[in-house]
Design a protein around this ligand. Structure first.
Ligand SMILES: CC1(C)[C@@H]2CC[C@@]1(C)[C@@H](OP(=O)([O-])OP(=O)([O-])[O-])C2
Ligand SMILES: [Mg+2]
Ligand SMILES: [Mg+2]
Ligand SMILES: [Mg+2]
Ligand SMILES: [Mg+2]
Ligand SMILES: [Mg+2]
Length: 553
């Protein structure tokens, strides 16, 4: 795909805007590319039907896995559901199952994909690979591909599934050992290293698609149609994201907040990048841009509470948010007024759009989310100014909200609901567990990455510091425990998501549950190598342009 992309934007003052050297790859939105992409989608769908007769079950499952990791599965949801439903019926619902004992690789691949898509599959399926003592057979150690799939499958575990805990430990040990010794198949070695860094189940689809497209292209069995579609789709979606980024950046500049509050983080590009983690489908244009703007304001208000405001000023801001009355602005110090009014305008504009488009009045709900967020920010500030270190439990009961996940997810929920699901608007509380798990994963990933700098600058004790204060021990031990909590929370998320989707299979709810999980994944992606949002680690500086500005050729 040739592109005469040229840098279209002029460099600007703020560091993140300098990242924003826009390649004018608008051609990727041009008619000829859109037409080629739809031709390819038709050809791939035809291929799926034709090859259905010749592909084995495991080859069909490998296609599903590839499509998901290439970021193109959203074009083939019906085909994928049909494949998985027939695999499930064939194997799990007692119909004429092939009967022959499956190898570890296909058993684990099947288990992971079926459970990921909500099919009821039991961990007992792995019992055939355990010896009489209940341990996994050490002769499996030679099967690297099988161990890799077992490792990936183990992250779909729910609380109390001991077999999957055993599987995780067994596979991780052997994969780590093999990786240290060296794996002759270069492609497999790359997949193993990538998996040991973060498993597929914890990776957001879109930001990881580019990496996998490049890994897929190196494979001997690459399907040229699928590869061309994956690259073209990546570039077309990227061009859409660029248009949106230009819009939100223009909004951010006109607020004047960066100039007026120089102490606060100016991170519009990063704030937009977050939304591509949990909202990348092109049709989610409106919520993506609205949440990106919200993230920029959350970042600034978080800094007002964490870095700049006196306790008395923070109490004034908190009261103004609770009152939600533009008159309250008179009570605020100047530097807070611009932020308060920008927030007031954004929320009222969002509520206006939703009223116009969906016929729903959501202001009371959004006001409550903001009141909750500021209440938890103020609680942290009071603890800090008092020099009080909360217990880990006290801290987390407040911090899963202060990390802003409930605020983001309530805006997603109300902005995506529509008149038909009107009764749904009042029932977000039914998904409180899912929201809480998402907030906990985001909070714990954030604290491991950001608390060293936050402690230096002065901030409330975070999860790592609360744990050390309560239990003693080193920072490494505390970080190890926080990583254990992330793992345990993912098990609850896996169980909660399955229960929620089984109870109400409305596409709206299924999307909401996926977005809540993807919010946690995006945080793990952002904070994988340190504070990607605040300090802009070298990895984030490389990941943002490759996702948002550089097309794949
Ligand atoms: C939107 C966010 C990703 C979330 C709230 C503000 C953030 C930019 C980030 O910033 P941080 O300062 O680490 O939050 P906290 O630790 O002060 O809660 C945590
Ligand atoms: Mg889906
Ligand atoms: Mg902060
Ligand atoms: Mg904070
Ligand atoms: Mg604080
Ligand atoms: Mg932090």
């Amino acid at each position: 795909i040739s592109s005469s992309g040229t840098a279209a934007a002029t460099a600007c003052c703020s560091p993140s805007f300098q990242l924003l050297r826009l390649y004018s790859i608008l051609e990727h939105r041009e008619e000829r590319y859109l037409r080629r992409a739809s031709e390819l989608k038709v050809e791939v769908k035809k291929m799926l039907v034709q090859e259905k007769e010749v592909l084995s079950t495991v080859e069909e499952l490998e296609l599903v896995d590839d499509f998901q990791r290439l970021g193109i599965s959203y074009h083939f949801e019906d085909e994928i559901n049909q494949i998985l439903a027939s695999v499930y019926d064939h194997k799990y619902a007692g119909k004429n199952s092939e009967g022959k004992a499956k190898d570890l690789y296909s058993t684990a691949l099947e288990f992971r994909l079926l459970r990921q898509h909500g099919f009821a599959v039991s961990q007992e399926t792995f019992d055939t690979f355990r010896n009489e003592k209940g341990d996994f057979d050490s002769n499996l150690a030679h099967d690297t591909k099988g161990l890799l799939q077992l490792y990936e499958a183990s992250f779909l575990s729910k609380p109390g599934e001991k077999t999957l805990d055993l599987a995780r430990e067994f596979a991780t040990n052997f994969l780590q050992k093999k990786f240290d010794e060296n794996i002759d198949d270069e492609n497999l070695a790359i997949l193993v290293r990538h998996a040991l860094e973060l498993p597929i189940h914890w990776r957001v689809e879109r930001p990881n698609a580019r990496w996998f497209i490049e890994a897929y292209e190196r494979r001997p069995d690459v399907n040229p149609l699928v590869l061309e579609l994956a690259k073209l789709d990546f570039n077309i979606v990227q061009a859409t994201h660029q248009q949106e980024l230009k819009h939100v950046y223009g909004w951010w500049k006109q607020t004047g907040i960066a100039e007026n509050l120089p102490f606060a983080r100016d991170r519009m590009v990063e704030c937009y990048f977050w939304t591509v983690g949990y909202f990348f489908h092109p049709e989610h244009r409106y919520p993506r841009m609205m949440i990106a703007k919200l993230n920029a304001l959350i970042t600034v208000i978080d800094d007002i509470f964490d870095v700049y405001g006196t306790l008395q000023e923070l109490q004034l801001f908190n009261n103004a948010i609770r009152r939600w009355d533009v008159e309250a602005i008179d009570k605020l110090p100047n530097y807070m007024q611009i932020c308060y009014l920008a927030l007031y305008n954004l929320i009222n504009e969002t509520a206006y759009d939703v009223l116009k488009q969906q016929g729903l009045v959501i202001i009371p709900h959004l006001r409550k989310s903001w009141a909750d967020l500021c209440r938890t920010y103020l609680q942290e500030a009071e603890w800090y100014f008092r020099g009080y270190t909360p217990t880990l439990e006290e801290y987390m009961n407040n911090a899963w909200i202060s990390v802003s996940a409930p605020l983001t997810l309530s805006h997603v929920y109300f902005a995506a609901a529509n008149r038909i699901e009107n009764e749904v608007v009042g029932s977000l509380h039914k998904y409180q567990d899912i929201v809480r798990y998402s907030g906990m994963i985001m909070r714990l990933a954030d604290d491991i990455a950001t608390s060293p700098a936050e402690m230096k600058r002065g901030d409330v004790a975070k999860a790592v510091e609360c744990y050390m204060n309560e239990r003693g021990g080193s920072r490494e031990e505390a970080e190890e425990y926080v990583r254990y909590l992330i793992d345990e929370t993912w098990k609850k998320m896996n169980e909660g998501a399955a229960v929620a989707v089984a109870a109400d299979d409305s596409p709206f709810l299924e999307d909401f549950v996926r977005i809540a999980a993807d919010l946690g994944r995006t945080a793990q992606y952002f904070y994988q190598h340190g504070d990607g949002h605040g300090i802009q680690t070298p990895q984030i500086k490389e990941r943002i342009p490759t996702l948002l500005f550089q097309p794949i050729f």
